[in-house]
Design a protein around this ligand. Sequence first.
Ligand SMILES: [Fe+2]
Length: 247
Amino acid sequence: MIDIIKAKKTFDKHIKKYDMNNPKIMVKYKHSLRVSDLCVRLAKSLHLDEEKTSLIALIGLLHDIGRFEQIKLYNTFDDQLSIDHGGLGVNILFDEGLIRDYIKSDKYDEIIKKAIYNHNKLEVPDTYSEEQAFFSKIVRDADKIDIYYIVSNRDKTYKYDDESITEEVLDCLFRKSLIDKTLAKTDLDKMLITIGYLYDLNFTYSYEIIRTGEYVSSLFNALELTENKSIKAFNYIRQSLKDDFNI
Ligand SMILES: [Fe+2]
């Protein structure tokens, strides 16, 4: 059985080895704690038992453990420019047995490895077992919900013109298909990718959290669009989201 309170203390100790004055470290530390809590909320909505709930809480807590090393080594969150932080997280936890500080038994190792490795990939591969895919999907949703929370709570407005949108990114969103993060060239593209996450959530309760938090409205309110094409595109997207998700 996983003792999640103890696991959080172990995690705190691990993170304190990094520069806590670096805002990037703090952002990911708080994100990890919130994602763990969101995993628990999702687990409860899915009526998971105590053992599975604490397992997903642990996966949520550790899903971004690679981020801290990534920041220390490269000072960027950009995997393209540095390293795949999902894979790095798996190496950190499993290469030297750090995972055993969090969970004594190795019976969930494959689920933990796969969920952490996959959380930042475009999709869950069909080679995953049903159980591996299930836990992966919970942490993927929790991660995306928290990204919504972070982005919508930035006290900023963003000014964009037509030049700020990359056609391929917009096309994916119009087609309601997953958007490959590597297509993003501008800040507005990144915003569109976040919006596109709505087409990649797995659980009804995830939509409910985003709806209740009014994250999508805050995101749209933060935009200041200055040209015709971008205004039209965003009006269209806003309406699609209302139609598709009542968000
Ligand atoms: Fe991540």
